[in-house]
Write a protein that binds this ligand. Structure first.
Ligand SMILES: [Zn+2]
Length: 170
């Protein structure tokens, strides 16, 4: 099945492919400048089920979206509390944002931010993002030490990363 799409080539240092389904503009694919088109088509075919589902689903009304946001905030806060206590870590703040660039972030001052889009991820993947950001309180980078510590604290790194890779930020 061929999916019609609009292709946007990025000249910046974009490394991966992203797909979003816009209610009025249809399927929009952002790809690295040199990525061959057959690769993009293959990717779309592989994700056809997801795309069709997205296309069929109208955007959530604001009230429902707000409920989803509040539920996510409560869930993430409970996870932060649980893991911060276990790992003896002390984040200075926990914030939530509507962003397209990250699932979670950790500021220099030790404040954690989470993407509201995590409401669409599985609880396991959300928990991974929480532990990932908490681990940044110890290691500010993505060094080997960071990943070793993270894997120690979170047994499902691989599964969660895989899920998040396929979950497109819309
Ligand atoms: Zn990180």
């Amino acid at each position: 099945m061929a999916i019609p799409y609009t292709l946007i080539r990025s000249k910046r240092r974009k490394k991966s492919l992203s797909v979003r389904v816009d209610p009025s503009r249809g399927v929009i694919v952002s790809a690295p400048y040199r990525m061959p088109e057959f690769f993009i088509k293959k990717f779309l075919e592989k994700n056809a089920a997801w795309i069709t589902k997205k296309q069929a689903k109208p955007a959530l009304p604001p009230a429902k979206r707000r409920i989803l946001d509040i539920e996510l905030e409560e869930f993430v806060r409970s996870l932060v509390k649980k893991h911060a206590e276990t790992l003896l870590l002390h984040p200075t703040a926990v914030k939530f944002k509507h962003v397209k660039s990250y699932w979670g972030s950790c500021s220099r001052k030790g404040g954690l931010s989470f993407n509201y889009r995590l409401a669409y991820a599985s609880p396991l993947a959300v928990e991974y993002v929480v532990i990932h950001e908490l681990t940044h309180l110890v290691h500010k980078n993505h060094s080997r030490k960071f990943w070793d510590t993270l894997r120690n604290n979170c047994p499902f790194v691989k599964e969660a990363k895989k899920e998040l890779r396929h979950l497109v930020m819309v």
